[in-house]
Design a protein around this ligand. Structure first.
Ligand code: HEC
Ligand code: HEC
Ligand code: HEC
Ligand code: HEC
Ligand code: HEC
Length: 196
C-alpha cells in the first residue's frame, strides 16, 4: 500500500511539473500556418539562382523592402514552374487573382519598438543569419505562434529553452538579444534608441 501511495505521488508530481513545463507554454500561444508554403532553399538554389537581395533589397536611401510583393513573384509564376500542389494553389489563389499574400512575420516587433535594417546591414555589416538564424535556407515555413495575451510572435518573446543551447542563441528577438549585442559593440544604450 505504501508503495502505491509513493507511486501516485510521483506520478502526480511529474504530471504537475510536466503541465507547468510544457502545457502552459503550449496553451499560451495561438498557432497558425502561413497562407502559402514557401521554400527559401528552392528559390536560392542554383536552378532558380536568386539571391537574398533580389527579393529583400535595401535601397540606396536605406529603405528595406521587407517581404517581396506579388509583383516580384508573378513574372516567373504566371506559368507553372513545376508540379507541386503548393505552387498550383499559389498561382490559382494569388497570382491569377492578383491578391497579395498576407505573410506572418516571425520577427515582427511591438509597436513601441523602433528597428531599421539599414544601420545593421550597412554600417554594422551584420549577416541576416545573426538575427534570423537559418530562415534563408529553409525548405518549409514553420508554424507561426502568437502569444494570446501580449499578441507578440513567439520569436520576439524568445524561446527560453533555446537559450540553453549556445548554437541557437541567435534565435529570438527579445530586448535582451538587442541589448546584448549593442552592449558588446558599444552602441548607445538609452531606452529611446529603440523605444519611440
Ligand atoms: C523569391 C524571393 C525570395 C528570395 C530569393 C529570398 N527570400 Fe526571404 N522571404 C521571401 C518571402 C516570400 C518571405 C515571406 C515568407 C517567409 O517567412 O519565409 C520571406 C521572408 C524572409 C524572412 C523573414 C522572416 C520573418 O521574421 O518572418 C527572412 C529573415 C528572409 N526571408 C531571409 C532571406 C535570406 C537570408 C535570403 C537569401 C539566402 C532570402 N530570404 C531570399 C522571399 C524570398
Ligand atoms: C526567377 C523565377 C522565380 C521567382 C521570382 C519566384 N519563383 Fe517561386 N519558383 C520558381 C521555380 C523555378 C520553382 C520550382 C518549381 C518546382 O520545381 O517545383 C518555384 C517554386 C515555387 C513554389 C512551390 C515550391 C515551394 O514550396 O517553394 C512556390 C509556392 C513559389 N515558388 C512561390 C513563390 C513566391 C511567393 C515568390 C515571390 C516571393 C516566388 N515564388 C518567386 C521560380 C521563381
Ligand atoms: C540586427 C538584427 C537583424 C539583421 C542583421 C537582419 N534582420 Fe531582418 N529583421 C530584424 C527585425 C528585428 C525584424 C522585425 C522588424 C519590425 O518588426 O519592425 C526583421 C524583419 C525582417 C523581415 C520581415 C519584413 C520586415 O521588414 O519587417 C525580412 C524579410 C527580413 N527581416 C529579412 C532580412 C534579411 C534578408 C537580412 C539580411 C540582409 C536581415 N533581415 C538582417 C532583425 C534583423
Ligand atoms: C548582432 C548585433 C545587433 C543586434 C542583435 C541588434 N543590433 Fe541594433 N545595432 C547594432 C550596431 C553595431 C549598431 C550601430 C550601427 C552603426 O551606427 O554603426 C546598431 C544600431 C541600432 C540602431 C540605431 C542607433 C543609432 O544610434 O542610430 C537602432 C535603433 C537599433 N540598433 C535597434 C535594434 C533593435 C530594436 C534590435 C533588436 C530587435 C537590435 N538593434 C539588434 C547591432 C545589433
Ligand atoms: C537595443 C534596443 C532596446 C533598448 C536600448 C531598450 N529596449 Fe526595451 N525593448 C526592446 C525590444 C526589441 C522589445 C520587445 C521585445 C521584448 O519584449 O523583449 C522591448 C520591450 C520593452 C518593454 C516591454 C514592452 C511591452 O510592450 O511588453 C519594456 C517595458 C521596455 N522594453 C522598457 C525599456 C526601458 C525602460 C529601456 C531603457 C532602460 C529599454 N526598454 C531599452 C528593445 C530595446
Amino acid at each position: 500500500m505504501k508503495n502505491r501511495a509513493w507511486l501516485t505521488f510521483a506520478v502526480g508530481l511529474l504530471a504537475a511539473l510536466g503541465g507547468g513545463w510544457f502545457a502552459v507554454p503550449w496553451a499560451m500561444y495561438r498557432r497558425s500556418e502561413q497562407p502559402v508554403q514557401f521554400s527559401h532553399r528552392v528559390h536560392t538554389s542554383e536552378a532558380v539562382g536568386l539571391s537574398c537581395q533580389d527579393c529583400h533589397a535595401l535601397s540606396d536611401g536605406g529603405k528595406f523592402g521587407g517581404i517581396p510583393r506579388l509583383e516580384t513573384c508573378a513574372p516567373c509564376h504566371a506559368e507553372p514552374q513545376g508540379k507541386s500542389a503548393d505552387e498550383k494553389r499559389f498561382i490559382n489563389e494569388y497570382v491569377a487573382k492578383n491578391r497579395e499574400v498576407q505573410w506572418l512575420v516571425y520577427a515582427r516587433q511591438p509597436e513601441n519598438v523602433y528597428f531599421s535594417h539599414a544601420p545593421h546591414i550597412r554600417l554594422a555589416g551584420l549577416k541576416c543569419e545573426q538575427c534570423h538564424g537559418q530562415h534563408g535556407t529553409t525548405d518549409r515555413l514553420r508554424t507561426f505562434e502568437r502569444n494570446r495575451i501580449s499578441t507578440y510572435p513567439r520569436d520576439v518573446e524568445g524561446y527560453s529553452l533555446v537559450r540553453l543551447q549556445p548554437s541557437r542563441w541567435n534565435e529570438g528577438m527579445k530586448m535582451d538579444d538587442c541589448s546584448r549585442c549593442h552592449h558588446e559593440r558599444g552602441v548607445e544604450e538609452s531606452c529611446l534608441t529603440c523605444h519611440k
